[in-house]
Structure formats: structure tokens, C-alpha cells
Design a protein around this ligand. Structure first.
Ligand SMILES: Nc1ncnc2c1ncn2[C@@H]1O[C@H](COP(=O)(O)OP(=O)(O)OP(=O)(O)O)[C@@H](O)[C@H]1O
Length: 320
């Protein structure tokens, strides 16, 4: 089995009488991109601070790169790059100079630092702007400089708190592609927190849904959809003509079908398994024309909606 690179074992953080994080257990494996997903105040930042050893858990154990973050924060800091949501730079210094400054704080010898800084500026798409003052960078450029900054010390893990906040759609696309590339080419493990569903879905291997200090579910998008929509895991849209009661009944009788709904547009077949080929066969054998057949894919939006915003049955979050 692959060793987890981040291991949270029943960690809690209590402020006054309130739990910001409540019994969080989570393993993230080397090379994964994991998305911590949840609304404001869910406890994402608090969890991140505990992983970094910047905040002490009230109870539980945090290990990163095999080291205890609470008792050994400096060793963890050497191996983990952290990009907070409001990273500050020296505005009067250029992007390149800012990177060199970070290198000096990390005791990286000057010639190595110079080469790495230029190389990273190219990697994050700031080659042309590296000698511009950081104060003149756009929000998107600052985030890319932030990424270069956390990469200066060659970390094994990077933790990004809301990395795409305040960036325009094109900037978001570029930043996410960059994160994915770093993950694939350099094997860096990435943990990112976000409440931007589409973005998380685009690049994360797995996501954890976090609300009121608790991790309610984790898995890949497909797995989460299965957990949540188990009785209607598969929805098949089929446009057929003609559709009569007999065809409706035949479809309803297929094994695994829960119900068939006829809309103005098409037939919607709700099922426990993927029965698209059986649906196609049934339509054709009934003598009807089949114009299209397609499967609905649940997205994080729908998953999120079920958890946080009521959804069916008042949502899982409120009943958890
Ligand atoms: N230093 C603190 N003292 C008291 N309460 C705190 C402190 N830090 C966080 N909290 C509380 O803990 C809860 C979780 O906050 P946290 O910042 O971890 O959430 P988050 O998921 O990162 O939210 P956001 O997306 O808004 O950053 C909130 O209710 C917050 O008010």
C-alpha cells in the first residue's frame, strides 16, 4: 500500500466552546491532488494550519511527510510549501528578487537560488515579468508568483488555500493547468482548499466535503455521486418516437430500473446500474426510432447541492 503523505488522525480544534474542526480523519497519498471543499467557516483553513504545525490541535494527531506537525513543525515546514489566500510580497522588489529573498530565508545558496528562481518564473509563465515590481502584478500574476515562491524550496507537498480567489476565468484556467502540470511532471502532492466546485472538479483526484468542522464524505466525484444518488446512480436520457404505454412498461420492467419519466424532450430512465444498451435494444425492438441515448453525469454541483443547500430530504449536511 502507498504510504500516506498527509495523515490526520481524529484531529479536533476547539475555540472557546466551538469546534472549528471536529474529529477529522483523513489520509492523502503521495502524488494526489486532493480538494478540501466546503463553505466559509467550515474549518478548511484551521485544518491546514494544523497540518503545517502553525496551530496546535486540541486533540488528535497530524503527520505530514512522516513527521508530527505539532511536535516537529520546522521539519514539516522544510518539506511543505504553503500558499495562503493572502500571500504578501515585497511590493518594491521584483518578482525575481522576491524569490531570491525567500531562498535566503530557506538558506538556499545564491547561485542555486538564482537558477531556480529564473527556472520557476518560466514555469509559472512569468518569464517576461520577472523583473517587474511585484506591486505592479495583477492578482493572477501574484498567485503564480506565489506558486513559484512555495516551489523555491523544492517541497514534496504544496498546500494552497483558495488559490483561485479573485482571479478572472482565463487566469483560473491557467493556474489550474499549472498546478496539474506540477503535480504530473514533478510528482508534487497538492492539497487545495476551495469553495469553487467547478475548479476543484477539474483537477482534483479526490475531494473531501467539509462542513461545520466535519468531513462528511470523501472520494472521487463519481464515487461521491454513487454514495449520494445510490438509488438513481444512473439516469439515461433516450429520445424515441413513437413512445406508447407498451414501450413505457417494457422499459419500466427492465432489471434495475426504478422509474421512467416521459418529458416533452425525451424519456428519463432512472436506474441502479448502467442499462443504456438494454434501453436502446428495447426501443428498437419495439419498432420505434431511437434519435439519441445518453447518460447523465452527476457533477460536484449536484453533490454539493445535496449536502449544503438542502437538496432532496433537506440535505445530508443538516441530518449529519
Ligand atoms: N483564531 C480563531 N479564534 C476563534 N475562532 C476561530 C479562529 N479561527 C477560526 N475560527 C472559527 O473556526 C471556524 C472555522 O474557520 P476556518 O477559517 O477554518 O474556516 P474555512 O473553512 O477556512 O472558511 P473560509 O473559507 O471562510 O476561510 C469558523 O467558525 C471560525 O470563525
Amino acid at each position: 500500500m502507498v504510504e500516506p503523505i498527509i495523515q490526520l488522525d481524529h484531529i479536533s480544534k476547539k475555540y472557546d466552546q466551538q469546534y472549528a474542526v471536529n474529529e477529522l480523519t483523513l489520509s492523502i497519498e503521495k502524488g494526489e491532488i486532493f480538494g478540501l471543499l466546503g463553505p466559509n467557516g467550515a474549518g478548511k483553513s484551521t485544518s491546514i494550519l494544523m497540518m503545517l504545525g502553525l496551530s496546535e490541535p486540541t486533540s488528535g494527531r497530524v503527520q505530514v511527510c512522516g513527521m508530527d506537525s505539532t511536535t516537529n513543525p520546522l521539519a514539516v515546514k522544510k518539506r511543505v510549501g504553503y500558499l495562503p489566500d493572502d500571500l504578501g510580497f515585497y511590493e518594491q522588489m521584483t518578482g525575481y528578487e522576491n524569490l531570491l529573498f525567500t531562498a535566503s530565508l530557506n538558506a538556499i545558496p545564491r547561485p542555486i537560488a538564482e537558477e531556480r528562481a529564473r527556472d520557476l518564473l518560466t514555469k509559472v509563465g512569468l518569464k517576461e515579468s520577472g523583473d517587474k515590481k511585484a506591486g505592479k502584478y495583477s492578482r493572477g500574476m501574484r498567485q503564480r508568483l506565489g506558486l513559484a515562491d512555495v516551489l523555491m524550496k523544492n517541497p514534496e507537498v504544496i498546500i494552497l488555500d483558495e488559490p483561485t480567489l479573485g482571479i478572472d476565468p482565463e487566469g483560473v484556467r491557467e493556474l489550474l493547468a499549472l498546478i496539474k502540470r506540477l503535480n504530473q511532471e514533478e510528482g508534487i502532492t497538492v492539497l487545495l482548499s476551495s469553495h469553487q466546485l467547478h475548479q476543484v472538479q477539474q483537477i482534483c483526484d479526490r475531494v473531501g466535503i467539509f462542513v461545520q468542522g466535519k468531513l462528511l464524505a470523501e472520494g472521487n466525484v463519481e464515487g461521491l455521486a454513487k454514495q449520494l444518488f445510490f438509488e438513481d446512480s444512473f439516469v439515461i436520457y433516450a429520445k424515441a418516437n413513437p413512445v406508447d404505454n407498451k414501450l413505457n412498461e417494457q422499459l419500466q420492467d427492465l432489471a434495475g430500473v426504478n422509474r421512467v419519466v416521459e418529458t416533452d424532450e425525451h424519456l428519463e430512465i432512472y436506474a441502479e446500474t448502467d442499462i443504456s444498451s438494454a434501453v436502446a435494444r428495447t426501443v428498437v425492438e419495439a419498432g420505434s426510432d431511437l434519435f439519441y441515448i445518453r447518460k447523465k453525469n452527476y457533477g460536484l454541483d449536484e453533490i454539493y447541492h445535496r449536502y449544503f443547500e438542502g437538496g432532496d430530504e433537506g440535505g445530508k449536511a443538516s441530518s449529519a
